[in-house]
Design a protein around this ligand. Structure first.
Ligand code: 3NM
Length: 215
């Protein structure tokens, strides 16, 4: 996976009342989002597949990478979808075996000991520093890594693996995350809660691109 495909990674979350999440994703992609993860911890698998297919159809030609959070069967049912898993989910090597070489597979890092799992690292296309800061969007995260944690992970993770960071990232701090060694930033509320998701994505992407160019 090209590092540039992870510059601005949108994880779906709550959107304002009356707003269609698919429209938010499409606007965010037009604004510069490079990867979309469909994350729905409430809806049924059928619902995830239905929404995911609508997203993929509307993203055709955009170059955006599309992954599903933690549901292998949903990923299999959506054309071209990859899978993002955490340390308590399906093992990345099993995801790779099920989805094949062409699928994008990502893994969340909660703990340095995960780096000892070489079969997991070998199966992944990217890793996510999870979370970099505490966030009201997901109050039950593990201990935040902070910017020092991003730096430590960038040194410890095999260099072939791109690193993104999630949790508490906004346009005001996105550059600092890239300066610490991340290849890109993941956000939920900075885009999903915005009245103008396209503009929010554009602003974030400009911050990330400038930080990458300066690195
Ligand atoms: N996963 P926001 S933090 C979905 O640490 C998610 O694994 C996290 O939301 C993790 O960009 C998070 O609004 C929510 O802070 C991030």
């Amino acid at each position: 996976m090209d590092r540039a495909d992870l510059r601005l990674y949108l994880v779906t979350g709550d959107v304002p009342p009356g707003v269609d999440l698919v429209d938010v994703v499409v606007a965010a992609a037009a604004g510069g989002v490079t990867t979309v993860q469909l994350r729905d911890k409430v809806g049924s698998r059928d619902e995830v597949v239905r929404v995911g297919k609508r997203m993929v159809e509307r993203l055709v030609g955009s170059g955006v990478t599309f992954v599903v959070n933690d549901d292998l069967e949903a990923a299999r049912a959506i054309p071209g979808a990859g899978l993002h898993v955490g340390p308590d989910d399906l093992h990345p090597a099993d995801a790779r075996a099920a989805l094949g070489e062409g699928a994008v597979i990502g893994w969340s890092l909660h703990d340095l000991t995960q780096l000892d799992d070489t079969s997991a690292l070998d199966a992944c296309d990217y890793l996510a520093v999870s979370p970099v800061w505490p966030t009201p969007t997901k109050p039950d995260t593990t201990t935040p890594w902070g910017l020092d944690g991003v730096r430590r992970l960038r040194d410890a993770v095999p260099s072939r693996l791109p690193l993104v960071a999630i949790g508490g990232i906004t346009a005001a701090n996105a550059a600092s995350v890239v300066e610490a060694g991340a290849d890109g930033v993941c956000v939920v509320s900075a885009i999903c809660s915005s009245a103008d998701p396209g503009a929010a994505a554009w602003t974030l992407r400009a911050q990330v691109d400038a930080a990458v160019a300066a690195a």
